[in-house]
Design a protein around this ligand. Sequence first.
Ligand SMILES: [Zn+2]
Length: 429
Amino acid sequence: MTDSLFSASLSLSAVFAAVLTLGLMLKFWLGSRQIRHVAQHREAVPAAFSHTISLAAHQKAADYTLAKARLGLLEMALGAAVLLGWTLLGGLAALNQALTLFLGAGMAQQLALLVAFVVISGAIDLPLSWYQTFVLEQRFGFNKMSFRLWLADLLKSGLIGALIGLPIAALILWMMAATGSLWWLWAWLFWMGFNLLLLVIYPTLIAPLFNKFAPLEDETLRARVTGLMQRCGFSAKGLFVMDGSKRSAHANAYFTGFGAAKRVVFYDTLLAKLSAPEVDAVLAHELGHFKHKHIIKRIVSMFALSLAGFALLGYLARQVWFYTGLGVQPNLASSNDALALLLFMLALPVFSFFIAPLFAQVSRKHEFEADAYAVRQTSAQDLATALLKLYEDNASTLTPDPLYVRFYYSHPGASERLARMRGMAPTAA
Ligand SMILES: [Zn+2]
């Protein structure tokens, strides 16, 4: 190594280790604040909810939040250890060398490196994922999955991931090698096209592989929902009920698809818990996201961010210090494209974590806007009771730590949301 290369790679290692440590400290501090705050408010229902939420429900939400937050701390520590293992401690370098010994240099080796990485990372995550479903969710009565279904899901998503992911990975690796110094622009265009295609085919082709979607049979509800959609200027290709209860007791509803292919999907768990006017209010909230163009805004900003990401990767992939600084000796005789992709995916979240609150902030603003739309189209009362039922059924805490909310929450806390709704005049346009 030349002296300047040596110092560039050393300073990347140092920056990476420092930023990772800083991020860990911040996450740990936020997590313990959340744990302390929720534990402190466990003994009494907040005054604003004392007539609507029982003490038992409030304490269940507190216990569930605490259990999740503690597991989150463990996951965080484990994730950082695994990340260090892959990078500075040489895991990725060793895997790359071993595969080069077996397969020689070339496309097969590069694809094998990606596959081996995904399989090993998946295997490392497996015990915690099992614990989350069969211990944590189970303890609070949310898990409805048998071990068999969990395993079938795992195999199915692995198979689909391989069927879709392998050709995509091969194509991107080919572009990196064959389309010159602007490969990242071509790869970005291709990646965006693929994502748009996925948005179109996911609801109709992939989601049905995991759940059953039956047309909404309830005539009264159909009429209500169709009326609401007409009033709001929407048409949908179908109203569906999804068997969410197959996996979890958590409830949800969503509105998906593009143009004429839009469909409304209600979880059976949602329909079982909410009255018809409440279902209306929840759907109106979803329609509000469309009316305010939140979906399009999200897609456009994802496009812009990934363009910046691909451009950065285009630059980094050509810098030797990028590899050596993250613990890998680049291949001298062959391509390093798969290594570059993996290192980039591993290192990026360490840095991007610090801008996460910006995205959470925008998301919470969108939620308020969608709530306001729902209140205008339906009623504040129905939306409020629907939200409270959902918060209660999902055991979401009513007393999160305010700073934790600012950093992580994509949805505002219940008290904030209800307070805003109460503040809205029913006739306001
Ligand atoms: Zn929303």
